[in-house]
Design a protein around this ligand. Sequence first.
Ligand code: ADP
Ligand code: MG
Length: 480
Amino acid sequence: MHKYEAVIGLEVHAQLNTATKLFSSDATSFDATPNKNISPIILGHPGTLPRMNKKAIELAIKMGLVCESTISTHNYFARKNYFYPDLPKGYQISQHTTPICVGGKIRIRTSAGERDIQLTRIHLEEDAGKSIHDQDETCTLLDYNRAGVPLIEIVSEPDMHSAEEAAAYLTHIRKLVRWIGICDGNMEEGSLRCDANISIRPLGDKKLGTRVEVKNLNSIKHLKHAVEIEIERLSKLYDKGEKIIQETRSYDADAGITFSIRTKEDAEDYRYFPEPDLAPFSLTESFITSIKKQLPALPDLCFAKYTAEYGLSQYDAEQLTEDRALSDLYESAAVATIHKKQLANMLIGPVKSFLNAESKTWEQIDVSPEKWNTLLTMIAEGKLSFSQAVQKLLPSILLDPSADPEQMASKMDFIQDADARQVENWVKQVVEAMPDKVNEYKKGKKGLIGLFVGEVKKISKGKADPKVVTQMLEALLNEK
Ligand code: ADP
Ligand code: MG
């Protein structure tokens, strides 16, 4: 691939979190019985008129603001005409020359560092229905529940150059839409979908090569894989001197291939014209400002704060900003404790495992900042062993957030006597003095445990019981 440069542009559709559709009052719920959430408006019956959903416009503007796009003040909707069984009206209401958000950027983090990916536009449009091909032997079934559901389409410039960048870009978009609450980001259910446009060109060339578009990639893993195999396939065609044709392709995850579904249609084929049933609409500065005021602090800002002010590693900060409820929880507890690093470890380690095991979410954790501090201080002072804190006390506190951690610890008889405290201090000393070995251990070199035990034996002048030391070491190393 060193002879060629890959160029990638993504089109991402995000379903907006509104209760009703973009131009009608039908519900948008995902799991409804087929064809329950429909109306004559959605089916395009003669005489019906669409009506705009203001909430959808607000949510689209939110996304534009966080991407630093320019919000268009004068807008109109356009008809995109095409025939397809899942499009009962024969046209889709979209935006053409006046996308609601113009330009903007998404910041990505990859192994090469941070970089901004430029956006072309974000526009509003309605979704189509769903054709179901695999539930009947002879017929295609049609479910119009999804028809008319509001979407934004986020279109990037041809600005990415690897599968890793494309995956980082989509990951960040998913994080952002969830963070600001405009879309649930669920790719399996189709709330977030991605089409990838890929071309290659000889390294150093400025002119773009002919692109292919791979449709409907429904996970970040699939996007990454599809881009990888497309780059490979196009490079081989180029090597052989074969002409690349602009076409739309589909990805087959099981076979690990893409295949052509049609040669590409151009914009002219859609015969766009302004939607005659909807008036053009203008947005005032004060409306846009009022939406801006509702926006929370963004994950990048929290990331910067956690690394710069709290001294967390990039990895920890990345983990904490995966989820807004987690980040909020961390932030509120971090201001109440000096053990900021230990707090991060506790949340992204044992607390996260607890949530997974209990099928709970971060929103459901209700332990006060003071209680986190009490718990972390008890561990830091050696009153409580890390293993007991994590394995026994923590789950009890998470299940009963009103309880007092100190009382609970003494009730459960976890308070360590002075001897145990002394041993734990030796163990901690050894672990802190050998960060490289700790890393190797975590990467799988479990045999190193003997080395750690030996070191504790040395500094304790043989006073520490090797069995107790081994247990403490294992608990500490596996949770840290
Ligand atoms: P359409 O809607 O017909 O697919 P657009 O003009 O909206 O076409 O472009 C779709 C996407 O394709 C954009 O993200 C753009 O960056 C990307 N793109 C356009 N040309 C190329 C190219 N030569 N190589 C890679 N991506 C491209
Ligand atoms: Mg396209």
